[in-house]
Design a protein around this ligand. Sequence first.
Ligand code: HEM
Length: 474
Amino acid sequence: FMKRRKKWSRYPPGPMSLPFVGTMPYIDFHNPHLSFNKLHKKFGNIFSLQNCWTNLVVLNGYKTVKEALVHKAEDFADRPYFPTYEHVGYGDKSEGIVVARYGHVWKEIRKFTLSTLRDFGMGKKSLEERVTEEAGFLCSAIKAEEGRPFDLRFLVNNAVCNMICSIIYGGRFDYGDEVFRKMVALFENSLSEEAGFLTQFLNVMPILLRIPGLPQKVFHGQKAYMDFIDVLIQKHMETWNPEYTRDFTDAFLKEMSKGKEAEENGFNYNNLRLVTADLFAAGSDTTSATLRWAFLYMLLHPETQSKIHKEIDMVIGRERSPTMMDQVNMPYTNAVIHEVQRCGDIAPVGLPHMTYRDTELQGYFIPKGTTVITNLSSVLKDESVWQKPNEFYPEHFLDVNGQFVKPEAFMPFSAGRRVCLGAQLARMELFIFFTTLLQQFTFMLPEDQPRPRTDGYFALIQCPHPFKLRAIPR
Ligand code: HEM
C-alpha cells in the first residue's frame, strides 16, 4: 500500500478535477492542441487530465514525446478501447490496425500490411507507377477547369482515395464513376460521424448505448459505409483466383485460406473489412489535407512557388513525369514539402495511445491503462528546435549550402511502435502529386477571393478552411 501511495504521489500534475466532468471544461474540443499548449506552459511537459472517469496524460515537446515513443516504445504502444467501436464490427481477433490493442494480432496484421504495401510488385504496376498515373488524371481534371476559380478539395480527395482503391481493389475509378462517388460520399459521412460530438460523448457515457435504437441512429453513416465495403469485398471474392494476387484484398484472402491458425492471427473476414476501412480512414483525408495545405501555402507565398518552378525546370524539365529518384536532386522542393507537413500540422494530437504497463517518464509515474495523448503539434512547433515555429519557413529544412536536412523533431507521422504505417506511401504521394501539379500549372489566388485563412479547423485531423484557386497551365 505504501509503495502504491509513493508511486501515485509522483503522478503528473494537472488542473483541478471537477465532480463528474473531471477536467473536460478546460479543453476546447474543437482545438484540443491549443488548450494543451496553454496547460503545457502552466504544468510543464507532462500533465494529467481526467475525462469524466478516464485518466489521461498529455506529453509535450520533442524530448518528452521521443523519450516515451522511442526509448520506452513498448510501454506506450497500446491503444485505449472505445465502446462505440463495437457498433461498427470491432470484436475478438478483429480490431483492424489503427485502434487495435497492442498484442499478437495487431503485430501480425501490421507486419502483413507493411510487407504487402512494400513489395507492391503484385499486380502489373508498382506503387510509384500507380501514383504517377493518378497524378496524370488529376492534372487532366484540373486542366478541364480552364483557369476558372475552383476548390481543389474534391479532385485531390478523389486522387488520394483512388490510390487506396488501387491498393485494396487493384484498380482506380474514374472521378465521375457512380460507385466511386457513392463510396467517397459514404466515407466522408462516416468520418464526420466519428469525429462528431455525439460519438465522443457516447465513448465517455457508454451506458447510453443501451438505449434501444440509439446506436443504429448514431452510427448510421458508419454502418452504411461498412455495408458498402462488404459489397466490394464480396464482388472481389467472386473473381478471386488463389494462383494470382491482384491486390491487398487478394493477399489477405490468401492468408485467410491458410486455416484456423491464420484466423487466430487476425486473418478473418471481419478483420479484412476493418483493415480495409482503416486504410481508407488513415490514408486518404490525411494526405488530401496535407496537399491542400501545400497549395494554400503556394498561393500565399508566390516567391516559394517560383523557386520550385525553377528547380523543376532545371532537374525534370517540362516533358517527363517526376519520379522519386528526382527527390534527392530537388532539395528546395523537398524542404517545402516537409515545411508544409510541419506547418500544416494535420495530426496535432496524433492518435491516442495507452500505457501497456506501469511506467515512469522524467520522474513521473504513469500507471498501466492510462490514455496517453502525444501533442505532436508541440513537437512540430517546439520553440527549442525550430527557428520560426509559427511561420512557413522552408529554410527549416535547408543547411547553409542549400542542402536538404531533416531535424529529428520532424515527427508528423509520430514515432515508435505505432508510427504511421503509410508514411512511405504518403511521402511518395506528396512528392509526386505536388511536383507533377507544379510542373504543369501556376497556382494563383483569384482576384475576387479573400486571402485564405492560415488557421485550420479540427475534426480528427486539422484541415485548411475551404479556399478557391486558379490553375494556369505553364
Ligand atoms: C497512424 C500521420 C498517411 C496509415 C498514423 C499516426 C499519425 C499518422 C500521426 C498515429 C501514430 C501514433 O499512434 O503514434 C499520417 C500523415 C499522413 C498519413 C501525416 C499523410 C500525410 C497515411 C497513409 C496510410 C496511413 C497514406 C495508409 C495507406 C496509417 C495506419 C496507422 C497510422 C494504418 C495506424 C498504425 C498503428 O496503429 O499501428 N498516421 N498518416 N497513414 N497511419 Fe498514417
